[in-house]
Design a binder for this molecule. Structure first.
Ligand code: ADP
Ligand code: RBF
Ligand code: MG
Length: 376
């Protein structure tokens, strides 16, 4: 990772997949429309169409599914289905925080997306204060050549009156990263498809989610909301009976993690970036305990499924498989990473434990110990 010493004066953001989670909606709409052609959307193209223009995406689907219509016909059928859904697109974790922070510090911001200007405006209208935060908004229909051409970013820089080399681009897609680097800008990639970071070698930095953005690396005013190594989050809740995991937590690491079934929680799990979180755990009839956990694929073990691995910070005399476990997650610590050795993984998890234990005594977090969700 090359870290720039450059002073960034303007930030150019992509929209879909970077600030808002469009992927789920795209999948649902394609499933519906392809169904009318008696075809089944299998998500195969999902990755291929990320960061492309609507026309390019439609052309790829018409061709790959051998649809008996033209790209333009397909576009005119699908556009109203999308428009109906813009009100349902959620911000990605950290997007609102980033926009508000940059706005508050007077950092010039542009929104540059391959989707048409009109749909950009429609999408952001559902997010309070976003539209006014951008001094420049450019759609793919307002330039001659879309990303991966650098044109849209160069035009954004021109309108921001910031030199391209002083611009930081934040992008989830490969075409967007290419466009940013061709425009000779600094580029932070936030891949929207998990486990793809190896494809993003052209970017100056690859991060797992906007929560991991370190603005000071770019000479920008740092976030001020971290508290003793933790980032407070809007609390979220997950629970169920404790299930069997891979059986290596206690055996291999000496760190038991009471796994929850991910069934019924797939939306919640995909909404939250992988990483290390902490909060409170209620265990039926036993009480409420401090808890630190990882969510994700455990890169060290390269799991195939995203799992939830909560370590209750208490000595239990026996296993409690099958018992009801409820979690309230109140903060974030760090992204999941790979480690060169088991010892270094274990050392890091113990450090996470110390961070969580201390933080959970702060009033900011300790109040959730009494959350009614936990008393079972
Ligand atoms: P598995 O892979 O089946 O989750 P682990 O080796 O990770 O196995 O052990 C987890 C099990 O250990 C939990 O399901 C629970 O029954 C038990 N356990 C005992 N102490 C703890 C603790 N402090 N935190 C989490 N689980 C614990
Ligand atoms: N696994 C990783 O591969 N990388 C990590 O950064 C990582 N962080 C963890 C942090 C905490 C607090 C806990 C409880 C576990 C973490 N693990 C991590 C997961 C660990 O590999 C997992 O518990 C075992 O795979 C047991 O199934
Ligand atoms: Mg476990």
């Amino acid at each position: 990772m090359s870290v720039s010493n450059k002073l960034i004066r303007g930030v150019i953001l992509d929209l879909d997949g970077t600030l808002v989670n469009t992927d789920g909606i795209v999948g649902n709409v394609l499933k519906l429309l392809l169904g009318k052609y008696e075809k089944e959307w299998d998500g195969r193209e999902a990755q291929k169409i990320i960061g492309t223009t609507p026309f390019e995406a439609a052309a790829a689907i018409v061709q790959d599914y051998g649809l008996p219509c033209s790209t333009l016909e397909f576009l005119s059928q699908i556009s109203p289905l999308f428009s109906d859904q813009w009100c349902n697109i959620k911000e990605l974790p950290g997007a609102n925080r980033l926009i508000k922070h940059l706005k508050c510090h007077g950092v010039p911001m542009a929104l540059a997306s391959n989707s048409p200007r009109e749909s950009i405006e429609a999408k952001i209208s559902y997010h309070d204060g976003w539209k006014n935060s951008f001094s420049v908004i450019i759609g793919g229909d307002e330039v001659r050549t879309a990303k991966p051409s650098p044109e849209i970013f160069l035009e954004a820089a021109r309108r921001l009156s910031v030199e391209p080399s002083s611009c930081l681009v934040i992008e989830d897609s490969l075409p967007g990263v290419t466009a940013g680097k061709t425009a000779e800008m600094e580029v932070v990639a936030v891949p929207s498809v998990p486990k793809q970071s190896h494809l993003y070698t052209a970017a100056d930095e690859v991060i797992n989610s906007l929560l991991d953005l370190q603005l000071e690396k770019w000479g920008l005013p740092p976030f001020e909301d971290w508290v003793e190594g933790t980032l407070p989050l809007d609390p979220w809740y997950i629970g169920g009976p404790v299930v069997k995991g891979f059986g290596r937590g206690s055996k291999v690491l000496g760190i038991p993690t009471a796994n929850l079934s991910t069934k019924g929680y797939s939306d919640l799990l995909s909404e939250h970036p992988s990483g290390v979180y902490f909060g409170w755990a209620g265990l039926s009839g036993r009480g409420v305990f401090k808890m630190v956990m990882s969510i994700g694929w455990n890169p060290y073990f390269n799991n195939k499924e995203k799992t939830i691995e909560p370590w209750l910070l208490h000595d239990f005399k026996e296993d409690f498989y099958g018992e009801e476990l409820r979690l309230v997650i109140v903060g974030y610590i760090r992204p999941e990473v790979n480690f060169p050795s088991l010892e270094s993984l274990i050392a890091k998890i113990h450090e996470d434990r110390r961070v969580a234990e201390r933080a959970l005594d702060l009033p900011l977090y300790s109040s959730f110990k009494n959350d009614s969700y936990l008393s079972i």
